[in-house]
Design a protein around this ligand. Structure first.
Ligand code: NAD
Length: 373
């Protein structure tokens, strides 16, 4: 059994899908591990550390040659995998809705592509969940990015020269990233409020010491669909939410938006007219910018400015903390493969529940029902 890790190819991707720690653990399971030279450099991991952990460090062709399983943060290009075993697994974040052409190419090349972001949100798969591990650090980094763009302090400070007032931070979308954003902004001393469409988040917001801002008395308010994800809301709800948010946003210094609906463009939460009501110097961070954006005027990869308000739209926020996010991502991959490791076959064997959820391609075809449906 050969596990291979090629250097990430996507522009701006600094993470890596294995660390010396996970290499050692895969070796202990009985697998051989090969890694392309330089794969860990942008995540502060030297080739020598992989070699010391037992990996073979080689060029891409030698790394991929004869591989049974290819690990990636993002999906490697099919061309870069020539030489892997027929039917080899590709285990990575594969962006199945956003990059369907690549999924089709994996099928045509006969690979079995397993999309880690389709991991079901069930208790036993929590340690395999790349969305959670990466969103958690994105929520943290969003607050730091906001603080860096903001020309004022976060905490209230009483100085001999007078008092500096605390920043008001509003978090929209309280999933994994939003909860971490609330906690981080609190730690920095801000006055924090937050909102979501899922009623269950109210208690979570309050337990972090933040104020919950919620639309009341509108039909269809539950907002929770399958797997704990949000659903698309009714027009009545959207109108009530816009009104509530308008009043609140005008008083905020920092807004962090994280709202996503799986398989759909991100919901639009803030309009240009609402931005115009904010104080100059305020900062908005749109973590959903690559999925279409929660904020009108947000531009992926840029810090835009509207009405004196900065709109931060960094791409690939987890990659901005590549050492830590790589470590967590690599553990997610190890936790996944080791949970299904069959000692006799010296290979992982998936069960139906998880296999059917994450398998995109098999036997030359696209097989995942979320892509076929
Ligand atoms: P996500 O990234 O899909 O979305 C972020 C947040 O945006 C969600 O809380 C969502 O409700 C919210 N949102 C969507 N539309 C909105 C709108 N119009 N206005 C305001 N907010 C809006 O979410 P996530 O971080 O992946 O978490 C989704 C759920 O999954 C949560 O309930 C989380 O606790 C749960 N979860 C479960 C597990 C597990 O059991 N293994 C692991 C991680 C997360």
């Amino acid at each position: 059994m050969k596990i291979a890790i090629v250097r990430e190819q996507a522009e701006g991707e600094r993470r890596v899908a294995a660390t010396p720690e996970t290499v050692k653990k895969f070796k202990a399971l009985g697998a051989d591990v090969a890694i392309e030279a330089g794969a860990g450099l942008t995540a502060s991991i030297a080739d020598a550390d992989y070699a010391a952990a037992g990996a073979t460090v080689a060029d891409r062709a030698a790394t991929v040659g004869g591989a049974d399983i290819l690990l990636g943060v993002q999906g490697p290009s099919p061309d870069s995998l020539i030489g892997a075993k027929p039917g080899a697994w590709i285990v990575a974040g594969l962006n199945p809705f956003g990059d369907r052409a690549r999924v089709d190419a994996y099928a045509a090349a006969g690979y079995e592509a397993l999309a880690m972001e389709f991991m079901p949100r069930i208790t036993r798969a929590q340690s395999m969940d790349i969305l959670s591990s990466q969103s958690n650090l994105s929520g943290y980094k969003a607050v730091l990015d906001a603080a860096a763009e903001y020309g004022r302090a976060f905490p209230m400070m009483m100085t001999a020269a007078g008092t500096v007032s605390a920043a008001k931070v509003f978090v929209m979308g309280v999933g994994v990233a939003g909860l971490q954003a609330i906690a981080t902004a609190k730690r920095l001393g801000a006055q924090v409020s937050a909102t979501d469409v899922r009623a269950a988040t109210r208690e979570q917001i309050e337990s972090l010491g933040a104020k919950a801002i919620f639309v009341e008395k509108v039909a269809g308010i539950e907002g929770e669909g399958s797997g704990g994800y949000a659903t698309e809301m009714s027009e009545d709800y959207k109108a009530a939410q816009a009104e509530l948010v308008s009043g609140h946003i005008a008083k905020q210094d920092i807004v962090i938006t994280t709202a996503l609906i799986p398989g759909r463009p991100a919901p639009r939460l803030i309009s240009d007219a609402q931005i115009a009501t904010m104080k100059p110097g305020s900062v908005i961070v749109d973590l959903a910018v690559e999925q279409g954006g929660n904020v009108e005027g947000a531009v992926a990869g840029e810090v835009a400015e509207r009405h004196g308000v900065k709109i931060v739209g960094h791409r690939n926020v987890p990659s901005r903390l590549a050492a830590d996010t790589s470590a967590l991502f690599a553990r997610n991959l190890y936790n996944f493969l080791s949970a299904f490791w069959d000692k006799e076959r010296n290979a992982p064997v998936l069960d139906e529940e998880i296999g059917n959820a994450i398998r995109l391609t098999q036997g030359g075809k696209v097989v995942n029902e979320r892509l076929l449906g």
